[in-house]
Write a protein that binds this ligand. Structure first.
Ligand code: FAD
Ligand code: DLZ
Ligand code: SF4
Length: 512
């Protein structure tokens, strides 16, 4: 039966289910670069270039294996600009008997694909995405009857199921499930990022860079230099480099931040993983292999594996379990407009400047910058949850709604009321001072609460807790923090709240 098989931009894996039972004589595999997907939020130019170049290289490989490929570049004059209209156009021209697609990773795109059966007038088969390690059914079965969802227990089940860092007697390797207490070291003086590899640009990538420059230069973010891997072979090189050179230090400095060092010991693998160039199980198995070979300490291997086998799968589980209602949550009623400093408007807050600068230059910042700098600031300032989510979705090369939304709405903004985070990740300047060397470069002082030099995080932290005190006084893990506030004399409380109001005013005016 002649089949049109659609591969979406984040489905670039040769094991993707939509390629199973491919008939080389009858079938056509289709990929399309469309304006609608590149602009529904203004994606970072590096992200668009990465995805388009990776899509083109993937299509080239398929064609080399003898597959009939229909590739629609963005600048093809007949390109109709949306996934739906491109599939429609292909069906009219090729006249297949059916369309096959692996389930899109985002609810929005799944809803689009589900409508095709009616609009196209032919069968549209949606296959499961088997690249993830837990199915939607697995997550739903695990979540059923649980009062509170917690990643740790979901992760332990997956460790057992996939036999990762497990001993033959069923106990976790090293006797513990979790080595986080070893993984929160502040940076050492003079600490630098591990050396990184870069990749030679093919003509295909050079063409894509010219296209992205011509069409999307007005989006926030710097396009060149462009050093991303764009093929599976290159992504595998990134993985091997990380395991050999970087992973040994990953655990210790997972939460550290250093001025001028965007990467430290993080893997930079999320963009490749989320687009399908790498698979989660192969990454976890390589990390475990490095530990078993004595090359990597257990706290680093376990800490890293937990991010992928634990957090990544759990986050996806939450998204699909709670969508579509999840997207409308705003449990703290956060509605203040996103300030211009998120788009690079000058600020005297060095930590925010640094996190936004890394984002602009690399379409990347590491987890603690996302959570404890830009995320923490948005939480404390009460920034609009949708605007903040759109920002995270646009600016990071690894961002797709299924992973961005629970991380932003749930983990960073506590907007899901505590599904992802057991308590808000709210912190004052003290935390940032401890975990980074940012404050020594800053106009503000992390030890000062009020006045011109006061670190904005300090007053905003207390103001946030007090704004939501009714909720937090009834929260299992928050009342002890408010008991400190209760001990402040009224004049100190008033001064802090006045400082917070001034800080928000300056933020809105663009003078913070
Ligand atoms: P490493 O620190 O090296 O971690 C290894 C891998 O673990 C990552 O590549 C990633 O695949 C996985 N991982 C780690 N933490 C998480 C997590 N919380 N959720 C899911 N996977 C995780 N990650 C995305 O992939 N896409 C996003 O759009 C995204 N948005 C985020 C928004 C906010 C507000 C926050 C706080 C976190 C977000 N994350 C997102 C999670 C995390 O910050 C990134 O996965 C990580 O920074 C990617 O860099 P890395 O590959 O160097 O990760
Ligand atoms: C993010 C993105 C971009 C920028 N461009 C395309 C594209 O041109 N074609 C495509 O198939 N996918 C693209 N994507 C990914 C989609 O927006 C979306 O995240 C995936 O289809 C998963 O649902
Ligand atoms: Fe950030 Fe405050 Fe430190 Fe400045 S003093 S870098 S604003 S935490």
């Amino acid at each position: 039966m002649s089949t049109l098989r659609l591969i979406l931009g984040d489905q670039l894996s040769d094991t993707i289910t939509s390629l199973e039972h491919l008939d080389l004589a009858e079938d056509t595999v289709m990929l399309c670069e469309v304006r609608e997907e590149a602009t529904y939020v203004p994606h970072h130019p590096k992200k668009i270039a990465f995805l388009f170049s990776a899509m083109r290289h993937f299509a080239q490989d398929l064609a080399a294996w003898g597959v009939r490929v229909r590739y629609v570049p963005l600048d093809d004059p007949s390109n109709t600009s949306s996934l739906t209209s491109e599939v429609q156009r292909a069906v009219q021209q090729i006249k297949p008997a059916r369309v096959i697609v692996t389930e899109p990773s985002e609810y929005r795109v799944l809803a689009m694909v589900k409508a095709w059966q009616n609009t196209l007038g032919l069968p549209v088969e949606i296959l499961p995405d088997t690249r993830f390690l837990a199915t939607h059914g697995d997550f739903a079965a695990w979540a059923k009857d649980k009062k509170q969802l917690r990643m740790e227990f979901f992760y332990r089940d997956l460790r057992k199921r996939y036999d990762i860092l497990m001993e033959p007697d069923g106990t976790p390797t090293g006797g513990q499930w979790n080595y986080d207490k070893d993984n929160r070291k502040p940076p050492k003086a003079g600490m630098r990022s591990a050396p990184r590899i870069s990749h030679k640009k093919s003509t295909m990538t050079t063409d894509v860079l010219a296209l992205v420059k011509a069409r999307f230069s007005h989006h926030f973010g710097v396009l060149e230099p462009f050093y991303y891997a764009v093929t599976r072979q290159q992504a595998l090189k990134e993985l091997d480099h990380f395991i050999d050179q970087v992973l040994p230090h990953f655990g210790d400095y997972q939460d550290a931040m250093v001025a001028g060092e965007p990467y430290l010991y993080h893997s930079l693998l999320s963009s490749y993983l989320n687009a399908g160039l790498l698979l989660p199980l192969e990454i976890c198995q390589k990390a475990e292999g490095a530990y078993r070979a004595g090359h990597v300490p257990l706290n680093a291997a376990e800490g890293f594996i937990r991010q992928i086998l634990g957090w990544r799968e759990y986050i996806r589980g939450v998204y699909w379990h709670l969508m579509p209602d999840y997207q409308d949550r705003n449990s703290l009623n956060a509605t203040r407009s996103l300030p211009a400093l998120y788009w690079g408007h000058p600020t005297q807050m060095f930590c925010m400047y640094e996190a936004v600068r890394h984002t602009r230059d690399h379409a990347y910042s590491h987890h603690i910058q996302r959570l404890m700098i830009t995320g923490n600031f948005a939480l404390l300032a009460g920034l609009d949850v949708k605007q903040v989510q759109d920002w995270y979705l646009a600016v990071y090369s690894d961002a797709y709604e299924w992973v961005e939304m629970p991380n932003t709405l749930g983990m960073a903004l506590y907007g899901d009321g505590g599904v992802v985070a057991s308590k808000p990740y709210a912190a004052s300047g003290k935390y940032i001072h401890r975990m980074s060397n940012y404050c020594q470069h800053c106009h503000y002082d992390p030890d000062v609460m009020t006045g011109d030099r006061a670190c904005p995080f300090n007053a905003l932290y207390w103001d946030f807790l007090v704004r939501h005190e009714t909720l937090f006084r009834g929260h299992q893990r928050m009342p002890y923090v408010l008991s400190t506030w209760d001990k402040f004399p009224p004049e100190k409380q008033n001064a802090i709240r006045a400082q917070a109001a001034l800080t928000l005013k300056k933020m809105d005016e663009g003078t913070l």
